[in-house]
Design a protein around this ligand. Structure first.
Ligand SMILES: [Zn+2]
Length: 249
């Protein structure tokens, strides 16, 4: 029996990863803070069009996959917007967020699959990244809005998938939180409601029938939960985040 057989290997591998990430974080932080070329002069253009005035180097903490990074960036102040402008943030994909691009991607991935609280736990357990639940929620919502806007702007034409398509509509009750049911009449003995109705829409074709199978509805092209704003938003967000996660940089 060698001495290593007595190791708590899980504790050691986790501690080693923490240590390695800490060293890497300090190296990246040093490298970024050593480069002050983002101070390009007394003014920098603000997105509003007004030149913003240089206000010194300001430090801000960003959560990265290496851990927290304290980055010093040239900060400009726009009097018209009463807001700061940091060209370095824009260059590194850190504009308007405290999460690094890789952490933002992770948040998008977990946000599309599980609740924000579960996403927070997964990020902590799997990646050793500590992002407060509220930040997970905020970042996932912002990503969803960004992608929804992108989907509105960029419409890629697709050839018609079939000359005839069939629509099916049905309604079903889904359990809701008490807050969503306040003041709504329902079928409970006391007149309250436990569920609200969602509409399920199926879109399908009858083209390309497989001769080896009995006739029936063609492949389902897609379905969408409607009726409740909450449902639509949640579904779109999950779908959008999924798209972002799959799309790559
Ligand atoms: Zn401005």
């Amino acid at each position: 029996m060698g001495a290593v057989d007595d190791w708590d290997f899980e504790a050691i591998e986790m501690a080693a990863r923490r240590q390695a990430l800490r060293v890497a974080a300090r190296a990246v932080e040093r490298r970024l803070n050593a480069d002050t070329s983002d101070h390009a002069g007394p003014t920098a253009p603000c997105p509003c069009g007004v030149p913003a005035r240089y206000a010194g180097r300001r430090a801000k903490a960003f959560e990265s996959v290496l851990g927290s990074l304290r980055l010093e960036r040239a900060s400009y102040h726009c009097a018209a917007c009463a807001a700061g402008v940091c060209p370095r943030d824009a260059a590194l994909g850190l504009d308007g967020t405290s999460l690094s691009p890789a952490v933002t991607r992770m948040v998008g991935t977990v946000g599309a699959m599980v609740s924000f609280a579960e996403g927070h736990d997964l990020l902590h357990d799997l990646a050793g990244v500590d992002v407060p639940i509220t930040h997970v929620e905020r970042a996932a919502e912002a990503l969803g809005r960004e992608i929804a806007a992108d989907e509105q702007r960029v419409i890629a034409p697709e050839p018609p998938s079939a000359p005839t398509m069939y629509l099916g509509v049905d309604g079903t009750g889904i359990p809701m939180r008490a807050a969503e049911l306040a003041g709504r009449a329902g079928k409970q003995p006391d007149g309250s409601a436990k569920t609200r109705e969602v509409k399920l829409v199926t879109v399908r074709t009858a083209e390309g029938r497989d001769p080896r199978r009995p006739p029936g509805p063609g492949p389902r092209l897609g379905h969408r939960l409607g009726r409740h704003r909450e449902c639509r938003q949640s579904q779109r967000r999950r779908r959008a985040l999924g798209v972002r996660a799959a799309r790559g940089p």
